[in-house]
Design a protein around this ligand. Structure first.
Ligand SMILES: C[S@@+](CC[C@H](N)C(=O)[O-])C[C@H]1O[C@@H](n2cnc3c(N)ncnc32)[C@H](O)[C@@H]1O
Length: 328
């Protein structure tokens, strides 16, 4: 918990900087202009962006995770009429998007009460009913399962910060087990995280902003981190294959890796087999606003997308992220 409290302090400081530097930019539905906050350098990097993008006062109708849910629906999983658990819900973009899309019930769970308070404010502003629960996902559910579909998006990579006595992988495994206990038999887990082998992460880790730690063996990365930042390296991300194995080890019976192009936050497609035809389609699709193309597609979409497609075809996906759907 201490680590997260420290993180929250950092968030508020960083937010002040961001508010000074980027307020006044426009956010359009689905398409945040803020692609990267380069001044942040700790594990809460993503949260800083999340909070900016979820800003209640300025953008109450902003539907950040709506696009993600639409692409998951393309893969045959619809939230409509289902009981949803959003595990590590944060400020609630997924929970709110699911309720907007007709989920029968949404339970949003997070360890940080402030975030759930913001979530509740956002939900009430939109007239949506969402149940919130403050809980640590390292502890499994002992009551009756609460969901048919559980989302675990951008959470497990922080597990290593919760208890220095256990390895990050042991802690991550516990969270997958908690997700298992949240679900009815036959229920579905939707997990999303980053891929350790995405070239820019290999060069510089997304969470810690450290060079090469994702490429090095974990022990060496930890030593580098202690020398250069004075803290252990525990924000482990994995390859799709390793994430999938952890999910199966938690008891899930089937797990399928899907690849979001170009990333899991603003996916133009989420597919088990990215192809060049699909790449051509998404690069030329018309619903990316002109001023957003650089943020969504990047500067060299054919090179970036080409690498993702070619490497996936060869069975060693070097995608930015991975989405895994698994059945209990
Ligand atoms: C990067 S945010 C992701 C939020 C949200 N899922 C999204 O995609 O916008 C990670 C969230 O996980 C929560 N979290 C991390 N570890 C947790 C744990 N062990 N138990 C409960 N919540 C946790 C944090 O408080 C934070 O709100």
């Amino acid at each position: 918990m201490d680590e997260l409290r420290h993180g929250d302090l950092f968030v508020s400081r960083a937010l002040r900087l961001i508010n000074n530097s980027t307020h006044g930019t426009t956010l359009t539905e689905h398409w945040p202009t803020d692609s990267r906050y380069t001044r942040g350098r700790t594990q809460v990097f993503v949260d800083v962006k999340t909070r900016l993008m979820d800003d209640l006062t300025n953008f109450p109708d902003y539907d950040r995770m709506g696009r993600f849910l639409e692409r998951i629906k393309d893969n045959g999983i619809d939230v409509k009429g289902r009981r949803i658990a959003d595990l590590g819900a944060g400020y609630g973009s997924l929970a709110i998007a699911a309720k907007r899309r007709g989920a029968a019930q949404v339970v949003a769970i997070d360890a940080v009460a402030d975030r759930l308070d913001s979530l509740q404010q956002r939900a009430s502003a939109s007239g949506l009913e969402i149940e919130t629960r403050v809980a640590n996902l390292l502890t499994p559910f002992t009551e009756t399962p609460i969901a048919d579909v559980a989302f675990l998006i951008g959470v497990v990579e922080y597990a290593g910060l919760w208890d220095l006595a256990l390895t990050p992988e042991e802690l991550q495994q516990r969270i997958f087990h908690t997700a298992f206990t949240a679900l009815e038999p036959g229920g579905t887990l939707i997990f999303a995280s980053k891929n350790r082998w995405w070239p820019s992460f290999i060069l510089r880790d997304e969470h810690t902003r450290q060079f090469l730690v994702d490429a090095l063996p974990r022990g060496a990365a930890d030593r580098v981190s202690r020398m250069t930042r004075g803290t252990p390296y525990r924000e482990h991300i994995h390859s799709p294959k390793v994430w999938r194995k952890m999910i199966l080890d938690a008891g899930f019976s089937r797990a399928t890796c899907l690849y979001p192009l170009f990333n899991q936050w603003f996916p133009l497609t989420i597919t088990d087999r990215p192809t060049f035809g699909e790449l051509r389609r998404i690069i030329h699709q018309s619903d990316v606003p002109a001023d957003m193309t650089r943020h969504v597609l990047g500067r060299a979409p054919w090179i970036k997308g080409g690498l993702m497609v070619a490497s996936s075809t060869m069975g060693i996906p070097m995608t930015h992220g991975v989405v895994i759907t698994a059945t209990k």
